[in-house]
Design a protein around this ligand. Structure first.
Ligand SMILES: [Zn+2]
Length: 292
């Protein structure tokens, strides 16, 4: 089903790598009808970052990819920057707990500065490893997460949270953490949410749903804010490990096909209204049909 012109079609969480498909993946997204991507940074090297300079280079790479995607493909890519929470595990082993926390805090400060300079739109991914860690690392993880929420508050931006799957109690705990830092819970996005949550059960935290067919069918009628994402991992060593970048526009097409009368209105929830509620602005399509 062709997507209507003028409808932003937004993947709320993906990764691109200069060593992977990069701009070509964005071309597939564009060809399927996609218009805007939230481009989360990642470690592009094979070893864990051990210096702030490494994070500077990492963030520069993400922003450079976002610029190329816009210039060469016409898809708008919004950088989302932060040191990956799991970096703490490797950095603690190499540098010790204290230095690892200091580096992580400095990298969060850097990401916050880039948000304030409008080079990025949110802090992410921040949060907790999705696997058990020892007590020492767990303590640092919590201190780093608290700092991330403080930086988001000071930078007036959303945070995109990485963690294990959360039940409603887990969402409420996140919501409490946000409030403690003075952040509206809506501005905390739980990325990689895999099962639909009843509206009103997340303490106001915004779920970003993995765009599996059954999940999309279930959440499509729910009030916002919520997002759709692929968490596309542009890793040539793991082809097919995650959803392809063309998935969100394809799902959008099937929502319209299944419900021609209300489908477009429903898609405004994740693609326009939720972005406005969480980020404070709307993704726009220009008069020529290009993402702005
Ligand atoms: Zn991710």
């Amino acid at each position: 089903m062709p997507l209507p012109k003028g409808l932003p079609v937004v993947d709320h969480h993906c990764h691109l790598s200069p060593k992977g498909d990069g701009v070509r993946a964005a071309e597939r997204f564009h060809a399927a009808g996609g218009t805007h991507l939230f481009l989360a940074t990642q470690n592009y090297e094979t070893s864990v970052p051990l210096s702030l300079d490494t994070y500077v280079r990492q963030f520069e790479t993400t922003c450079e990819l976002a610029r190329k995607v816009h210039e060469e493909v016409g898809v708008r890519a919004y950088p989302v920057l932060a040191p990956y929470p799991i970096d703490i595990v490797g950095a603690t082993a190499k540098l010790g707990a204290e230095a690892a926390l200091e580096l992580h805090r400095a990298a969060l400060d850097l990401a916050g500065r880039w948000v304030r300079e409008r080079k990025a739109v949110a802090l992410g991914e921040v949060g907790r490893p999705h696997f058990p860690v020892n007590a020492e690392v767990a303590t640092i993880v919590e201190a780093a997460f608290r700092h991330a929420l403080d930086v988001a508050h000071d930078s007036d931006c959303p945070v995109v949270v990485h963690s294990s799957d959360l039940d409603p109690a887990g969402f409420l705990e996140l919501s409490e953490r946000a409030r403690e830092a003075g952040l509206r819970p809506e501005r905390v996005v739980k990325h990689y949410t895999r099962s639909p949550l009843p509206p009103g059960s997340t303490g106001g935290v915004t779920p970003s749903y993995l765009a599996h067919r059954d999940v999309v069918r279930d959440v499509a009628r729910k009030p916002g804010p919520w997002f759709l994402e692929t968490d596309y991992l542009d890793d040539p060593r793991r082809p097919g490990a995650v959803l392809d970048l063309a998935t969100v526009p394809r799902r959008a097409g099937s929502i319209i096909a299944q419900d021609p009368e209300h489908g477009v209105d429903r898609l405004y929830v994740p693609f326009v209204e939720s972005v406005e509620r969480v980020y404070g602005w709307r993704p726009e399509i220009g008069p020529e049909g290009a993402a702005e």
